[in-house]
Design a protein around this ligand. Sequence first.
Ligand code: TYD
Ligand code: MG
Length: 456
Amino acid sequence: MSKQRVVFRCQSCDGQAPQWAGRCPTCGAWNSLVEELQRAAGPAAGVRTGSAPLPIADVDASAAVARSTGVAELDRVLDGGMVSGSVTLLGGEPGIGKSTLLLQAAAGLTGGGAQVLYVSAEESAAQVRVRADRLGALRPKLWMVAESSLPAVLAAIDEVAPDVVVVDSIQTVHDPEVASSAGSVTQVRACAQAFVELAKQRGVTVVLVGHVTKDGSLAGPRTLEHLVDTVLSFEGDRHHALRFLRATKHRFGATHELGVFEMGESGLSVVDDAAGLFLADRRPEVSGSAVVPVLEGSRPLLVELQALAAPVANPTGSPHRSVQGVDRSRVDVVLAVLQQHVGIAVHQADVFVSVVGGVRLVEPGVDLGLALAIASAMSGEPLPPDLVALGEVGLGGEVRQVRHTDRRLVEAARLGFARAIVPRLAPEGPAGIDLIRVDSVGEAVAATGLSHVARQ
Ligand code: TYD
Ligand code: MG
């Protein structure tokens, strides 16, 4: 047994302190330090044997070749597939489809010749088998074990000698040598560390499932994100069939691609026309709806933004803002611009904003669409049904260029939109779509023809 020493670890930022304090010396969180027994670093811990320095050109790069998972959208987000010896963390809310995705990927990886071990620390072997059956994932090279104790899991890995290990989930695996309850940050970290070492020492590809807590953080606050090579986030509205996969960290490629799936009877499938799928239930005659050609990664999508404005419910307090699918701070900027530069009295209204379909948009090109959706909601009049808008909005109310305007407009034209409000300096658009060039949000609102926008 290795020597142990006591440290105090912050459950919020993972910082360490040699002694207990009411406040974390690293991040300042109160009451977050928890005693932790730490194994003193033995000679082998974290040290890779045989890694002598080499001229960089002599380093063997073949180890970092990506292996296709057979799930095209997952490969797309991973920029090719999973790299041997890498550790990927798949985070998402319970019930979103993480186990489903990984079982499908596990089956796909066996198709490429890999031996895969699926470790279920949450569900029984029978439950996983029933699901695999339904997903068509019963493959000879796909092994499974229902175990939650770390030594037993490692023993199973020794026995099967897999190329890929899926651990579902990391929060339910526990190391009996660590004196901390299952699911605690200390346990999650210790177990994840063991899998990281396994991956680096034996070249096994490891995928860890991590449940995301209500506030959106992976339990074991951020700590796992430092340990692993790739962090994937699986999102969507559980009451809607669409699911979105995004990489927030990826050591082997770009992180900007968005994977789009549909959850159906036989698991997750590719969506045929991702660009237009968000517009299926659109009612263009209703006020507060604007369509924006967004670019998530290299894929243009046409997305409907909805806004609703109602007289303030609580006239003595600040007006209510509810935002879903876009960054709240973007909406705040757009509201302030509408108020200060366009003269729309948003301070007298409770405003609700949401993105249809459960997708979360992170790019700035949505700003102008947000502004127009809110202006339309404030006026009670719909925007023209064949109109799209794109541009970033600055604090001065100016409309700025966004990347790849051309590709977004091609997609908008393909889906039948005839007019686009764009920044003044936007490049020429494709045939079939008229460009309305504007410098400011005020000009854009004027160009939409909304007449009853409440003035201050
Ligand atoms: P699951 O993969 O178990 O989610 P997670 O591991 O993230 O908790 O999937 C959860 C939901 O997906 C469950 O409510 C049932 C649904 N589902 C389907 O609709 N079709 C399917 O083929 C499968 C396997 C699951
Ligand atoms: Mg699961």
